[in-house]
Design a protein around this ligand. Structure first.
Ligand code: EPU
Length: 431
C-alpha cells in the first residue's frame, strides 16, 4: 500500500492550478443517464471516486469513453434499473443514481450505501423527496426500491436537521426534470456543485428556475438531449492549497478558482490575518510575520464555511497563538483527524460538536493514520509545519478526492513523497 513521507516544508512558493470538482463531477456523471444521447464532460478530475462512478454507470448500461485525460463521453442508450451493493458500497455518491434511474426508467433499485467514518449519513430526505413526487419508495434487503410509474411533479421540502442535502437535492432535481408537471423544491441545497448540475441539466433541455437559490422550480419535460459541459473548479482543493500556503507562510497563487465559491472560507482566513490578494479567478496567499489570530468558526451549508475544509482549518489553527473554536454543524463527529494531530503534538480538545484548538503547538513528525479524505489532507498540512518526518498511512482516502496532490504541492517546494509501506521503518508500520 502507498504511504506519504512528509517533512517540514516551506515557505511554499509558486503557482498551483485547481482541477475540476469531485463533488460536482459525480452527480454530473450520474445525470448523463437522463438521456439516450451522448453527453461529454470536460475538466473531470482523475480520481478513484470518479473511476468508481464510471464503473457503476457502465454496469447499468452506459457506454463510456475517456478519449483524453479529463474528458468523459457517456451514452446511456439502454439501461438497467439496478445498482448493486458490490458497486455502491465503494462510494456513497453512487446514491446519485437514484434520481436519474427513477426519472428515465420509472423504476430504480439502488443499494443503500454503507456506514461512513465521518458520522451517520442518512438518505431519508432523498426518499421523502421521491415520495413527494408520487413515487412508491420501499426499503428491502438493503436496497431502496422505487416504483415511479405514477411520478408527478409537486411541492418538496428538503430541509433536515442540518439544513438541506447536497446529493439529496441533486437526486430530486434529476427525478423532477423528466416528471410530468411542476416540482417546487424548497430548502434546496445552494452549493456550487448543485448549481453546476442544474446548469448541465438546462443544457440538456431541462426547465429549471431559481438556480443557486433555495427555491427551485422545475417544469418536467418529455426528453433530454446530449450536450457538452465543463465541470466547475474544486473549491475544496483550492481551499486546501490556500491553507498549505498559509501554514508554511508561503507565497502561492492558486489559479482557476472563482473567489465567490470560497466566500466564507476566505473571510475566515482574512479575519485570522492571512494576507490574500484576489485577482479575477486567482487567489494569491502572501507571506506574513508574527502569529495569525485564532478564530471562532462554525461549518454550515453553502454559503457558510464548508465542512470539507474544517479539518484543514484545524491543522492551521494548531500553529496560531491563542484558542480557536471550530464547531462542526454538518457532521458533528467529523473529528477523526484530531487524535492523529494530537499524536503530532497538537493541543486540541473535543467538546461536543466543537474542537477547541490551543496554539501555537510545536508539532513533530509521527506515524499517523488517514481516516477520511479531508482528514488525510489536514495531516499532510500539519506535517508541513512539523519537525522531522511524518509517515501517513491509508492514503487511499486522499486519492479518492485529490488529483496528483503530492505532485502539485511538490511543485511549490513541499517535501512530500509517495512511497510504498515497504519503504517505511518497520517499527512504524500499522499492525
Ligand atoms: N442528511 C439527512 N438526511 C438526508 C441527507 C442528509 O439528515 O437524507 C444530513 C446529513 O446527515 C448531514 C447533512 O444532512 O448532516 C448534509 O448532508 P448532505 O446530504 O448535504 O451530504 P452529502 O450530499 O452526502 C456532500 C458531499 C460531502 C460534503 C457534504 C456536505 C458529495 C459527493 N459529497 O455529501 O463531501 O461533506 O455534501 O457539504 O457531494 C467530501 O468531499 O469529503 C465529502 C464528504
Amino acid at each position: 500500500m502507498d504511504v506519504f513521507k512528509v517533512s517540514r516544508s516551506g515557505p511554499l512558493k509558486g503557482e498551483i492550478e485547481v482541477g475540476g470538482a469531485k463533488n460536482a463531477a459525480l452527480p454530473l456523471l450520474a445525470a448523463t443517464l437522463l438521456t439516450d444521447e451522448a453527453v461529454t464532460l470536460r475538466n473531470v478530475p482523475d480520481l478513484s471516486d470518479i473511476r468508481f462512478m464510471v464503473e457503476i454507470l457502465s454496469h447499468v448500461g452506459s457506454e463510456v469513453e475517456n478519449p483524453e485525460p479529463g474528458v468523459w463521453k457517456l451514452k446511456a442508450a439502454e439501461l438497467t434499473h439496478i445498482a448493486p451493493y458490490e458497486l455502491v458500497r465503494k462510494m456513497r455518491a453512487s446514491v446519485c443514481l437514484l434520481g436519474p434511474l427513477t426519472a428515465r426508467l420509472r423504476k430504480a433499485e439502488v443499494s443503500i450505501p454503507g456506514g461512513c467514518v465521518i458520522g451517520p449519513r442518512p438518505i431519508d430526505l432523498h426518499l421523502k423527496g421521491l415520495a413527494k413526487l408520487n413515487c412508491e419508495v420501499e426499503i428491502t434487503n438493503g436496497y431502496v426500491h422505487v416504483d415511479a410509474s405514477k411520478i408527478q411533479g409537486g411541492p418538496v421540502f428538503l430541509g433536515g436537521r442540518s439544513g438541506s442535502t447536497v446529493t439529496g437535492t441533486a437526486n430530486i432535481v434529476m427525478a423532477a426534470v423528466l416528471a410530468p408537471g411542476t416540482t417546487r423544491i424548497e430548502c434546496a441545497a445552494c452549493e456550487p456543485e448543485v448549481v453546476d448540475l442544474c446548469n448541465l441539466l438546462v443544457k440538456m433541455g431541462a426547465k429549471i428556475e431559481g438556480i443557486g437559490s433555495p427555491e427551485l422550480t422545475i417544469e418536467g419535460v418529455e426528453k433530454l438531449h446530449g450536450c457538452e459541459h465543463s465541470v466547475i473548479a474544486d473549491r475544496i482543493e483550492a481551499g486546501t492549497f490556500i491553507v498549505a500556503a498559509a501554514i508554511t507562510r508561503g507565497d502561492v497563487t492558486v489559479k482557476g478558482i472563482p473567489p465567490n465559491l470560497l466566500g466564507a472560507f476566505l473571510d475566515k482566513l482574512e479575519e485570522s490575518g492571512v494576507p490574500l490578494k484576489i485577482e479575477g479567478d486567482n487567489i494569491r496567499v502572501l507571506p506574513y510575520e508574527g502569529s495569525l489570530k485564532p478564530v471562532d468558526c462554525i461549518t454550515l451549508p453553502y454559503p457558510g464555511f464548508p465542512t470539507d475544509l474544517q479539518a484543514q482549518l484545524c491543522a492551521l489553527m494548531t500553529q496560531v497563538e491563542g484558542i480557536s473554536i471550530i464547531t462542526e454543524r454538518i457532521y458533528p463527529n467529523r473529528f477523526m483527524h484530531v487524535p492523529e494531530l494530537q499524536r503530532m503534538g497538537a493541543d486540541i480538545a473535543i467538546e461536543g460538536p466543537s474542537a477547541i484548538v490551543k496554539g501555537a503547538s510545536k508539532l513533530s513528525g509521527a506515524p499517523v493514520m488517514a481516516s477520511d479524505l479531508r482528514a488525510s489532507a489536514a495531516l499532510i498540512l500539519a506535517a508541513f509545519a512539523a519537525t522531522g518526518e511524518t509517515w501517513i498511512q491509508r492514503i487511499y482516502h486522499l486519492d479518492r478526492g485529490y488529483e496528483r496532490f503530492e505532485q502539485k504541492l511538490a511543485g511549490l517546494g513541499a517535501k512530500i513523497e509517495r512511497l510504498s509501506d515497504k519503504d517505511m521503518p518497520k517499527e512504524l508500520l500499522e499492525a
